[in-house]
Design a protein around this ligand. Structure first.
Ligand code: PLP
Length: 368
């Protein structure tokens, strides 16, 4: 019998299907009379003994449906977690005592805080690097046990050369993790580029509707999968069943949302570059996040984020609705992120409405 907790491929999936088809079809019940089209929300803390599931902290059929779909998109086996940070923490838990973790100096703030906390307690050592300086990152890999990558970074939108860094890390015997939250598996598949583990904040683009907190880890290595599954069992960082259902519901339209959000972001990045109030536009050329630096400074940026009407002033990102925030309003945000940087999470609304709202708010700003 297969391991039903992670690999019960009950659907009629064809290995040759393209990502859009996989997003719609993976993790569904088989096409048989009276089967529902979607796996139901299974509310269960325990199961009748003698099978593969056993207990609610170890397995849930609704998690499995989500895991099959995400695993198929990333090219590995997925594990669902209660949040992106639960996934991050579980991976960092694999690092041996006092071992070295190389990570971007502009990693997601939660990741930086977690690394700082673990280092402060003598649990591990960190080397925070400029992820765009590939030679420096490659050199840092020499002593590493784990190389943590995030590409594009949040909110600096820097890119890492995942392939070259993964090669160097593997030569040094280190594992490579990529936080793929910003790119999604539709725009970047880190496992195919040499990464050992992919981490997601499912909360963002994968779920996509600002109503779910969830995370995931994906790996193509069966042994690593087993180790990570065992860590999840013991840490208890498991998602709610309804959350897993909603995340999979969101994943069904990932390709449509990413396509529209990216098209909107590309257009807005172009228009923003020509506005006098904008000092810098950061857009890596793909994805739905654009970061802008406002010429008149941080106070003007605070005024700007409060004066839009369509764009919602809120943290988080990757929802169908457009949101924005000045990242340095958070004390934990690195001081190397410009004080007047505003991160735009571009949704799937009409691009002209989005632009009109931004332009009106920018036009009203006092000049520098
Ligand atoms: C939000 C985020 C996380 C953390 O995810 P949560 O679901 O909020 O716990 C990790 N990495 C990146 C890049 C994120 O944007």
């Amino acid at each position: 019998m297969t391991d039903a907790t992670t690999d019960d491929r009950t659907d009629d999936r064809n290995e040759a299907w393209k990502p859009a088809t996989v997003a719609v079809t993976a993790g569904r019940p088989p096409h048989e009379p009276d089967q529902p089209l979607n796996r139901p929300v299974t509310l269960a803390s325990t199961y009748v003994a003698g099978g593969d599931l056993e207990y609610g902290r170890y397995a849930n059929p609704t998690w499995s449906a989500f895991e099959e779909a995400l695993g198929a998109l990333e090219g590995g086996r997925a594990l669902a977690f209660s949040s992106g940070m639960a996934a991050v923490t579980t991976v960092l838990d694999l690092v041996g005592h006092d071992a070295l973790v190389v990570a971007p100096r502009h990693s997601y703030t939660g990741t930086l805080l977690q690394l700082g906390d673990l280092e402060g307690r003598g649990r591990l050592r960190t080397d925070l690097v400029d992820i765009t300086d590939t030679d420096a990152v490659v050199a840092a890999c020499a002593d590493a046990a784990l190389v943590w990558l995030e590409s594009p970074t949040n909110p600096a939108l820097e890119l890492a050369d995942i392939e070259r860094i993964a090669e160097a890390a593997h030569e040094a015997g280190a594992h490579v993790v990529v936080d793929n939250t910003f790119a999604t598996p539709l725009l970047q598949q880190p496992l195919a580029l040499g990464a050992d583990i992919v981490v997601h904040s499912v909360t963002k683009f994968l779920a996509g509707h600002s109503d779910v907190l969830m995370g995931a880890i994906v790996t193509a290595d069966d042994q690593l999968h087993g180790v990570l599954k065992a860590r999840r069992d013991l840490l208890g960082a498991t998602p709610g069943t309804l959350e897993a259902f909603l995340a999979l519901r969101g994943l069904r339209t990932l390709h449509l949302r990413v396509e529209r959000s990216q098209a909107n972001a590309t257009e807005l990045a172009t228009r923003l570059r020509d506005h006098a109030a904008i000092e810098e536009v950061r857009y890596p050329g793909f994805g739905g996040i654009v970061s802008i630096v406002l010429a008149p400074g941080a106070m003007a940026a605070d005024l700007f984020v409060r004066s839009t009407r369509l764009w919602v002033h809120a943290t988080s990102l990757g929802g169908v609705e457009s949101t924005l925030e000045r990242r340095r309003r958070w004390k934990a945000e690195p001081a190397t992120i410009p004080d007047a940087l505003v991160r735009l999470s571009v949704g799937v609304e009409d691009v002209d409405d989005l632009w009109e709202d931004l332009r009106t708010a920018l036009d009203a700003l006092p000049t520098a």
